[in-house]
Design a protein around this ligand. Structure first.
Ligand SMILES: [Zn+2]
Length: 259
């Protein structure tokens, strides 16, 4: 029995290790798992082999090895996992930039995001961002923004105005300042939300107390997904949009800066 437990535990460790490697590739990933991992977790444990080894000692038991990823697919493929969640996007290749520090590790251009109810949220600006940002945005929009929109406006959102995402520039366009997180594809802005029926909510134009509460709640929620969440009132540069980014902050890289 002890040996069987050990075999099961070793098997679980192998699954957990593969799992954490998958998460590391796309920080901000949802707690769901790609089909490949799900299959691996569901694979039968080493119980029969362990039981027979217990009877016929001392033959060593070799633990089953995790299957190799299918050709063309890896468990770390962030764009593939986003596509599987229903987003539409394209991998892109970055051309030469005016500043060689401007680069994106895993660039994607997002066309739309999927909501769990089956609706689609269009991103007409087709922003280019690092896939980790795309994935964090997808989860934030589906899990937090959509319910807040429903609760505040009794409406469904159909589009988000984001701007280009990637921009090779310094922070707040100030000459000589530190490079913006937009320059590494780690930031995304939201300037407006279009609801079904055509009504548009413009960030920063707060008509009443309900909209003020909405702005506050969206930014508080965004701070749980992103490392930085800024908006109207933070400073003059963010008076008309929410700025969300995954800048590495603090000792573990996940400290927050939200205003
Ligand atoms: Zn921004």
């Amino acid at each position: 029995m002890r040996r069987r437990r050990k075999a099961l535990r070793a098997n679980s460790f192998a699954a957990l290790f593969a799992d954490s490697a998958a998460r590391d590739s796309c920080h901000g990933a949802r707690e769901g798992h790609p089909p490949e991992l799900a299959r691996r977790r569901a694979a039968p444990a080493a119980a029969p082999a362990a039981a027979s080894a217990r009877r016929a000692r001392p033959a060593p038991v070799s633990l089953p090895q995790p299957p190799a990823p299918e050709s063309g697919a890896t468990v770390n493929d962030c764009p593939a996992s986003l596509l599987a969640e229903g987003a539409t996007l394209n991998k892109v290749t970055m051309g030469a930039q005016s500043d060689s520090r401007c680069a994106i590790a895993d660039p994607v251009r997002i066309e739309s995001l999927a909501l769990r109810g089956g609706q689609r949220v269009d991103l007409p600006d087709r922003p280019t961002v690092d896939c980790a940002v795309a994935q964090t945005l997808a989860h934030f929009v589906d899990e937090a923004l959509e319910p807040l929109v429903k609760g505040t406006f009794n409406a469904s959102m159909v589009a988000l105005e984001t701007g280009p995402g990637f921009e090779c520039r310094t922070r707040d366009h100030i000459a000589g300042a530190k490079l913006s997180e937009h320059a590494n594809g780690l930031a995304i802005d939201i300037a407006s939300i279009t609801f079904a029926g055509g009504r548009v909510y413009h960030v920063g134009k707060l008509a009443d107390e309900a909209e003020r509460g909405f702005d506050h709640a969206v930014r508080a929620a965004a701070c749980g997904y992103f490392h930085t969440a800024l908006g109207p009132g933070a400073d003059a540069f963010h008076a008309s949009h929410w700025h969300l980014d995954l800048e590495s902050r603090g000792r573990n890289g996940e400290s927050k800066f939200c205003q």
